[in-house]
Every structure is written in C-alpha cells, then in structure tokens.
Write a protein that binds this ligand. Structure first.
Ligand code: DP6
Length: 399
C-alpha cells in the first residue's frame, strides 16, 4: 500500500440532539465521575431544529489530538474532554483484547482531530454541552469501532449529555455504585410514542450571563437543605409518576409534574447560599401567562420548564400550538416580522379572541422574547453518511 494512503485519515461525521429535562438533574455525589444525587428524565428534541454535528478524523500522521468548536480551536486538555477520549480508547482496547485480537490495533494509537458545530446560535443560551458531548462520544465510538452502552462515557463529559444518547423520552438512572457503572441513561419511550406532543423554545432576551450549571449545583449541594430533601424524598416518586404519565400520554399529568419540577429546581437555586437566580422578569411573565392561559380554559393545555437560564421551554399538544404562539406574540410583541419570530416546524395561524386576551390579562412586554423555535421529540445520535458533510478535509483541518 502506498505510504500516502496509509496516512489518509479515517473520517466519521455524526449528529446528536439537545434534550430538555422534565425531572431535573441538579447536584453531584461525585464531581470527577459526574454521578448525580437524583435520577432525571428528559425529552430529546428534534435534530431538524437543534443539533450538534461533529467530525472526527484519525491518522497516524497527526502529531497531537486537536479540537475546533464552532470555528475556533479550543484546549484539548480540558479534563472532561480527556475523560471521554480516555474512556473510548479504553473500551476500544478492551474490545480488541477480549473479543478480536486481530482487530486493527494501529488506529488506537493514532491522534484525533475533532471539529464540532451547532445548528443553533450559542448566543441563544441554549444548553449545547449535552448535544456536544453526546456527539463527541458517539462519533469517537464509531471511529474506534466501539459499540454498546456509551451513555456512561457521555455522562463524564457533562451529566445531561448521557440523556442525549437516546431519542424520545429518556431517563438517567442515578445508580448507587461508587464507580458509576450503573449511572446510565435508558430510553423510556421512543420519539414516535407521542406524535402530538410539541415543544416551543422561547428564546428570552438575556440580561446577564447566568452562573454555569457545574458551579451552581456545587454550591447548591453544599448549602441547600431543600435540595437534599428534593433528591431524597421528592424525585424518586416523581420519576415513577413521570414515567407513567409519558407511557399513558397523559398530558395534564405530564404538564403539571413538569412545571412543578422546574419550580422546585428554581426553588433550590433560591435556597442556595448565596442564592442563584436563573429566571428573569421575562421568565416570570411566561410562567404567569401559562397559568393564566390554562386557567382560562379550565384545563392544563400548556406547560413550561426552565434550565439554568431565562429561556422557557414550552410543552403543548399540536392542536393548541397556533393559538398559544399567537398569545405569546401578543404579550411579548416582537420587533421582527412573524417569519423571523417563529422558526422551525411550521405554526398555523390562529385568531386571538378578545375574551382570551382579557382572560390572560397581562401587561405586554415588548421584545421580551427574541424568537421561538418550534420543534418536537426526535431521535438520538445519527451517522452522517454523505462525505461532503464532513467538517474536516482530507488533510484533517477544518474546511
Ligand atoms: C438545569 O449537565 O450542564 O439543565 O454535569 O456539570 O455538566 P454538568 O451539568 P449539566 O447540568 C444540567 C442541569 C439542568 C437540568 C438537567 O438538564 O437535568
């Protein structure tokens, strides 16, 4: 074989989704292994709207591991990146030794080039680390020929990343082993299970950069007795109830539990000392709007949830989307055209009745919401077969 052929890099590209927790993960019992103090449950969002794409190239001609994120070269020595790389290489070595000693062993010593981009603006403040680490681990596994349970490795990049390894409705079982081997994600139901469920991401105009989740939850674990109570006495039962609500596609039960769990998570943030505030005045207005909308109809048609930032994620059923979006548009009048305000899955038009407007009865907050991303539940990580989609060229550098 000619030398230049052997030097040709092996290149693989994959995509991975964002997920949004409806039972929140907040707090670790082991910082290095990223082991949580409670189980959590999330919905994987559709990659047509929100995804990370990662290309990994390996070649014996690469002198060192390198990574580019959203067009900028970053430090590969970051401990969480190193954990993922080390664990995938460890699995690959194990597989070679245990199963098939004839497996190509040279590739294992090769260095990697990693290039990753998001199809949504990082500035939107949407958690991108879950999709990012899930995509990294999934792509590395393909490159090194590793199969099977990978969520335990993604978890070591970012806790919530383990849930992005599956589509649909996913639980992260906290586990109780010291080595974390039983702290893994599992699919509860696939993305096809509840086709009427819709998700609207309301991107709030950010006022300030919030405290990061890693350090925020550290302070909460150290100082909040409410968090301890939540993890020990509230979440175990909620996990059972939520799984059941999802299985039965019981929207009111799912919605109520989702809102209560978001509220309790933010209550533990206020119980943290010094307190952490992730909800802005816009978030609070969204909370009021949802409750007033539901009260107007005398049933739970819409639910909100908030992570470590001011953006609201709304769950509702397909039939209510056009009207609810119209209501959001009325109470958060944008300064852009409707086409720019609503992105993602098409949203039908609906009228806003005087009765509903008065029923909600809030003071409009102009420009409080920058735009809405309309989406639904979607699949887990995928391989991109089309080589023109690779983010690295054959010389191993970003295109
Ligand atoms: C509020 O997974 O970002 O979004 O494990 O330290 O990387 P690390 O934290 P991260 O925390 C996510 C917290 C959350 C709730 C959730 O997604 O369950």
């Amino acid at each position: 074989m000619p030398v230049n052929n052997m030097d040709k890099p092996k290149i693989v590209t994959c995509t991975a989704p964002v997920n949004i927790a409806v039972i929140k993960y907040w707090g670790k019992r082991n910082e290095d292994l990223i082991l949580p103090i409670n189980s959590s449950l999330s919905v994987t969002l559709h990659q047509d709207q929100l995804k990370t794409t990662t290309t990994v190239a390996t070649s014996r001609s690469f002198p060192e591991d390198r990574i580019w994120l959203n067009g900028k070269e970053e430090d590969i020595t970051h401990p969480r990146l190193q954990s993922c790389l080390r664990e995938i290489r460890r699995l690959a070595r194990k597989r070679r030794n245990d199963e098939d000693p004839s497996l190509d062993s040279t590739g294992l010593s090769h260095k990697v080039h990693i290039c990753s981009i998001n199809n949504f603006p990082t500035a939107a403040g949407l958690a991108s680390s879950a999709a990012g680490f899930a995509c990294l681990v999934y792509t590395l596994a393909r490159v090194f020929g590793v199969e099977g349970e990978l969520s335990g490795i993604a978890r070591q990049g970012s806790g919530s990343a383990c849930r992005s390894m599956y589509g649909g409705f996913v639980q992260w079982i906290m586990g109780d082993k010291d080595d974390g081997k039983d702290s893994v994600a599992q699919q509860v139901e696939p993305e096809t299970h509840w086709p009427e469920l819709r998700i609207l991401v309301l991107v709030a105009s950010a006022e300030r950069k919030p405290v990061g989740s890693t350090s925020g939850m550290q302070t909460s674990v150290q100082t909040s007795c409410l968090l301890k109570h939540r993890a020990q006495s509230v979440v175990p039962e909620r996990m059972v109830e939520m799984t059941d609500a999802v299985r039965r596609k019981d929207f009111p039960a799912f919605a109520e539990l989702t809102m209560k769990d978001s509220n309790q998570f933010h209550a533990t943030c206020l119980d943290t000392y010094p307190p952490i505030f992730y909800l802005s005045s816009v978030s609070q207005q969204v909370i009021s709007l949802v409750h007033r909308y539901n009260r107007h109809y005398g049933e739970t048609r819409v639910a909100y949830t908030f992570d470590a930032g001011p953006n609201a994620v709304i769950f509702t059923l397909e039939q209510h989307v056009p009207e609810f979006v119209r209501v959001v548009q009325h109470f958060f009048p944008p300064d852009t055209h409707t086409e720019d305000f609503i992105q993602g899955l098409p949203v039908g038009r609906a009228a806003l009745s005087e009765e509903l407007r008065r029923g909600v009865g809030l003071e409009p907050m102009p420009k409080g919401i920058n735009y809405i991303i309309s989406t639904k539940a979607g699949p887990g990580p995928c391989v991109v077969e089309d080589p023109t989609q690779h983010l690295l060229s054959s010389d191993g550098l970003p295109k």
